[in-house]
Design a protein around this ligand. Structure first.
Ligand code: FMN
Length: 350
């Protein structure tokens, strides 16, 4: 018996990854209605916008859904590094006749120190909450569990997964190096073992007593079957949903996902300040020129990246976007989300 599916109250072992800024209420509802688990990412939103998004999901569906938060170590201000980063980007802004911002700020508040966000969650009581980049304080975990919330958290290695299990989290998302978007690694200054999805899933499933959800490079039903064979109780797919009409993927992003760029994803920290797998573009590729230590902390660097992308996009240039995408991108399918979930289910069982 798959206890995770019982815990999550879903029939299919398919989770649509939370993708802050890209996964919409519509995507969530379509996936949940098809029997998977839809997720919304609120790591980039303030309390009011998060509450509205949760309520909007509830108005459209009575299915379970997942709400995802960022638990990164709060950024350390470094005025010298930040000023140098602004200067490095100045010529790129000049390409669009724009001045860079005079200073950069921490654009997202980490959930590890966001008491009002916790209060909102305790009031709204979403059925499932997941954490990326680390864990919140144990008092926060206890309060959410007390409210009956099922908790999930991302791990990229065994040590993180063991910390997640020890903290009382219900299931771990095993995020392989293939995965699109931000790497959930807790400490970006430490060693990154860069384990692929299947080896990581096997390792965690054999070492932990909590269920494992495999994430990274899963695009087709056969990938799901393989991940389950490796010990996963469910899978989490992000990139696979990027071309769904319900996703907020913009036109430039969609176009690049369907180009040769999809074959050349890069793990870069120059867009946001944290390693993330992206389609190659001018901003992503800066990681080949600079030392990681030259890039401001996450999400301070993201403030500059977003400003530069806005300047470029306003002139029809898509070379500076946060075009997160996994190694599975060349196998992307452009289908409505419910149809994609049905197709994945058929493929995994045939
Ligand atoms: N994971 C999170 O926990 N929170 C996020 O907000 C988030 N945003 C993402 C945005 C995009 C566009 C993508 C592609 C992934 C994002 N991820 C996020 C990572 C996913 O949770 C998941 O680990 C990843 O998508 C799995 O690999 P795949 O993209 O190859 O399916």
């Amino acid at each position: 018996m798959n206890t995770l599916l019982t815990q999550l109250s879903i029939p299919l072992p398919i989770i649509q990854a939370p993708m802050a800024g890209v996964s919409t209420v519509e995507l969530n509802v379509a996936v949940s209605s098809a029997g998977g688990l839809g997720s919304i990412g609120i790591g980039n939103l303030d309390v009011d916008a998060s509450r509205m998004m949760i309520r909007s999901v509830r108005e459209r569906s009575d299915r379970p859904f997942n709400v995802n938060l960022f638990c990164h170590r709060p950024a350390t201000e470094d005025p010298v590094r930040q000023a140098a980063w602004i200067e490095r980007l100045r010529p790129h802004f000049a390409n669009f006749d724009c001045e860079p911002p005079q200073s950069l700020r921490e654009i997202y508040t980490s959930f590890v120190q966001n008491e009002p966000m916790l209060e909102m969650l305790l009031e709204e009581r979403p059925p499932i909450v997941s954490f990326h980049f680390g864990l919140p304080p144990s008092s926060t975990i206890a309060a959410l569990k007390q409210a009956g919330t099922v908790l999930l958290a991302t791990a990229t290695n065994l040590e993180e997964a063991q910390a997640i299990a020890a903290a009382g989290i219900d299931a771990v998302v095993a995020q392989g190096y293939e995965a699109g978007g931000h790497r959930g690694i807790f400490d970006t200054s430490g060693l990154d073992t860069r384990l692929g999805t299947l080896p990581l899933t096997r390792q965690l499933a054999s070492q932990l007593s909590i269920p494992v959800i495999a994430a990274g490079g899963i695009m087709e039903g056969t990938d799901i079957a393989e991940a389950m064979q490796a010990g996963a109780s469910a899978v989490q797919l992000g990139t696979a949903f990027l071309l769904c009409p319900e996703a907020a993927t913009d036109a430039g992003y969609r176009q690049r996902l369907q180009s040769n760029a999809a074959h050349e994803t890069v793990m870069t920290n120059t867009i946001s300040g944290r390693p993330a797998r992206s389609l190659p573009n001018v901003l992503a590729n800066l990681c080949h020129e600079v030392e990681a230590s030259q890039v401001p902390d996450y999400p301070i660097a993201y403030d500059a990246g977003k400003a530069l992308n806005a300047a470029a996009k306003s002139q029809g240039n898509f070379d500076y976007g946060a075009h997160w995408a996994g190694q599975g991108s060349p196998r992307l399918r452009s289908l409505p989300a419910a149809e994609l979930v049905q197709r994945l289910h058929q493929e995994m069982t045939s």
